[in-house]
Design a protein around this ligand. Structure first.
Ligand SMILES: O=CC(=O)O
Length: 334
């Protein structure tokens, strides 16, 4: 019997030992292409024939573009599993994968702590007006003139969490240590054990009553621009917003307007609508805290994420199933 074939889209940077175990059970194929048009042609040439499992990284979107119907039509019909290294899988059209009988996995839990850590860092930084001070100091002006407005303590403030999955719950646990009062909104209410005292509220109440809003929901067609002009208008004037989910869950242009009007006093952002481009209105605003998508940027977490994804590849090759199929496809597992 011929050996299974695994397609590697992107590279393994950390979990080399785990990846070497895949070579024991399958032939690993790497594409030669560096852009989507060439990749589709490479698929059509038959060079990838026989692959049953793909491992993909976030950055491999530069090779393939979005994993959508067009790409799935070009990929060999033998492909049954798409193992994504990352929690957010908005680069993959899951509906198209389901229609092509391709099962998709992501890396839930592996990213939770690191992403929540950056969320808290952004939250405190934005709440305390640190970006203005940092900016002034780097310009040789100490605190600047006038100095930054006084910030606010997290203690006693209402933190609204939109999306109470693994990351949202980790943010809640850490924010409690700062004395914040946690409210959340989610598609469905969590069990009391998972809530750990967080109060479930409707979306509008979350917007109206939060002092700080943390966006921790996945990006998909129904969550795109969940926060746009009408939602900013409902918020408490002077709210602080933190986004470590995906840029497009918020309308970036509307955010720039809400910052300009003072409706939003500051934001801490790790993600942007059109990465790596950043809205000029954000770059020009000294009171916003911006980092370049570094939520999971730690040795330990990157290693965990790769190992988790490799586990999915291994189980797919050996058992024809996944360790962590995405929620939209859970029913396919039965
Ligand atoms: O952005 C990071 C991830 O989706 O894991």
């Amino acid at each position: 019997m011929s050996r299974p074939k695994v397609l590697l889209l992107g590279k393994i940077d950390h979990a080399h030992d785990a990846w070497s175990t895949i070579a024991d059970i399958a032939d690993v194929i790497k594409p030669k292409s560096t852009n989507r048009a060439d990749f589709i042609a490479e698929c059509q040439s038959g060079a990838l024939d026989g692959i049953s499992v793909a491992y993909r990284t976030f950055d491999s979107v530069s090779i393939t573009g979005k994993i959508d119907s067009e790409l799935l039509d070009a990929l060999p019909k033998t492909l049954k599993f798409m193992c994504h290294n990352g929690a957010g899988y908005d680069q993959i059209d899951v509906q198209a994968c389901t229609a092509h009988n391709v099962h998709v996995s992501n890396t839930p839990t592996a990213v939770d702590a690191a992403t929540a850590d950056v969320t808290i860092w952004l939250l405190i930084g934005a709440l305390r007006n640190l970006p203005i001070g940092i900016h002034a100091l780097r310009a040789g002006k100490w605190r600047g003139s006038p100095p930054p407005a006084l910030g606010h303590d997290p203690e006693g403030k209402i933190l609204g969490i939109l999306g109470m999955g693994g990351i949202g719950r980790n943010v809640a646990a850490k924010a409690r240590a700062f004395g914040m009062r946690i409210r959340y909104h989610n598609r469905s209410r969590l069990s009391p054990e998972l809530e750990e005292g967080a109060e479930y509220v409707d979306f509008e109440t979350l917007l109206r009553e939060s002092d700080v809003l943390s966006l921790n929901l996945p990006l998909n067609p129904s969550t795109r621009h969940s926060i746009a002009a009408p939602q900013f208008a409902l918020m408490k004037p002077g709210i602080v917003i933190v986004n470590t989910a995906r840029g497009a869950v918020m309308d970036e242009a509307a955010l720039v307007d809400a910052l300009a009007s003072g409706q939003v006093s500051s934001v801490g952002l790790d993600v942007y609508e059109n990465e790596p481009e950043i809205h000029p209105g954000l770059l020009a605003n000294p009171s916003v805290l911006l980092v370049p998508h570094m939520g999971t940027w730690t040795q330990e977490t990157q290693q965990k994420m790769e190992e988790w994804t490799i586990d999915n590849v291994r189980i797919a090759v050996k058992e024809g199933k996944l360790k962590s199929i995405v929620p939209e496809q859970k029913a396919l597992e039965a």
